[in-house]
Design a protein around this ligand. Structure first.
Ligand code: DGY
Length: 324
């Protein structure tokens, strides 16, 4: 069994592969592989650990249909044509659960940063504008007792709800395909429609997967329905909001602020106007970037490869129907 890994990953997963006697190559150059390069590498390997946004589409899968597993080192898998992989009976793995707390921490951090204009204030010090104290300038808003709206109450949304409920006694509402009775009991939360979520949230935090249904959900019509005093947070995928519309919404005062850990495209261009807005905080997609979480993600990805090596089912699988 030979595994190709598209970026250098944390030691726990590497150790597991070594202990299992699986040989591997990590792509360590600090540039993204082109799809043609990835295809030509994969021709000589049995398994792939995909890290980042490698394009695992029909072209790739058809060219690499010999792969015994594609283990995505992320919970999101919008870069993968899962239906095509399923047709070709290639198991697709991901890393759910282990990054929920770290990602919710980043959503919480962005919410606080926006509510107190923290990134903007920080930048103003280096610009030399920390001058005369004005009691009515640079004011933020407080979060205690406000309403948090969660778009997509899965594991990460649950963690964000827990933080906001316990830290600020926030009222929790959520918009999801299915009800979450556990979250309703734990946080006295209530399932609402998308329109109600827009209209009622003081902070609206996105925690859903990027799918054809969620793509561009937060467009100008959506921002127009939100409270003028509200904060929009996205730590899921940049494609879920329309960036041009978000800029208009902020410039025209449709919403108060925005905190983004994900942008479209990534990396965000350094000249983007969002970077200079007082009520905006942007981070470079670091939701899962802690020692502990990246180690756990590498472990889950390795476990998926090792399972195939042992002729077992993937423990963390996206397309279990291939086993039917
Ligand atoms: C995920 O797991 O989908 C994250 O966005 C990757 O950091």
């Amino acid at each position: 069994m030979k595994v190709f890994i598209t970026r250098a990953i944390s030691p726990e997963g590497i150790q597991l592969l070594q202990n299992a006697g699986i040989s591997f190559t990590q792509w360590t150059e600090k540039r993204e592989l082109t799809q043609d390069e990835l295809i030509s590498f994969c021709k000589n390997y049995d398994a792939l650990i995909s890290v980042g946004q490698d394009k695992i589409d029909k072209k790739f899968l058809t060219a690499c249909s010999h792969l015994k597993v594609v283990a995505q080192m992320a919970v999101g898998f919008d870069n993968i044509d899962v239906a095509e992989a399923t047709k070709l009976k290639i198991p697709i793995g991901n890393t759910p659960g282990v990054l929920s707390a770290a990602t919710a921490d980043i959503a919480f951090l962005l919410m606080l940063a926006v509510s107190r204009k923290a990134f903007f204030q920080y930048k103003s010090i280096s610009k030399g504008t920390w001058g005369y104290y004005e009691p009515t300038a640079n004011l933020g808003i407080e979060l205690h007792g406000k309403t948090l709206g969660i778009f997509g109450l899965g594991k990460i949304g649950f963690e964000m709800a827990a933080r906001c409920y316990h830290a600020y006694n926030m009222k929790i509402i959520y918009c999801n395909r299915n009800s979450n009775p556990f979250a309703e009991e734990k946080f006295e939360s209530k399932k609402v429609s998308f329109e109600e979520l827009l209209e009622q949230s003081d902070v609206l935090s996105v925690h859903t997967a990027l799918t054809p249904e969620t793509k561009g959900s937060f467009n100008i019509d959506a921002f127009r329905q939100m409270k003028k005093t509200s904060i929009f947070i996205n730590t899921a995928r940049g494609g879920i909001h329309n960036e041009t519309d978000l800029i208009t919404a902020l410039q025209d005062g449709m919403i108060l602020g925005a905190g983004l850990d994900v942008t479209n495209p990534e990396p965000m261009h350094p000249d983007n106007v969002l970077l200079n807005m007082p009520n905006v905080a942007i981070l470079p997609h670091i939701g899962s970037a802690t020692e502990e979480t990246r180690n756990a993600m590498s472990r889950l990805a390795a476990e998926n490869v090792i399972a195939v090596y042992k002729k077992e089912k993937l423990p963390h699988i996206v397309n279990p129907e291939i086993y039917k």
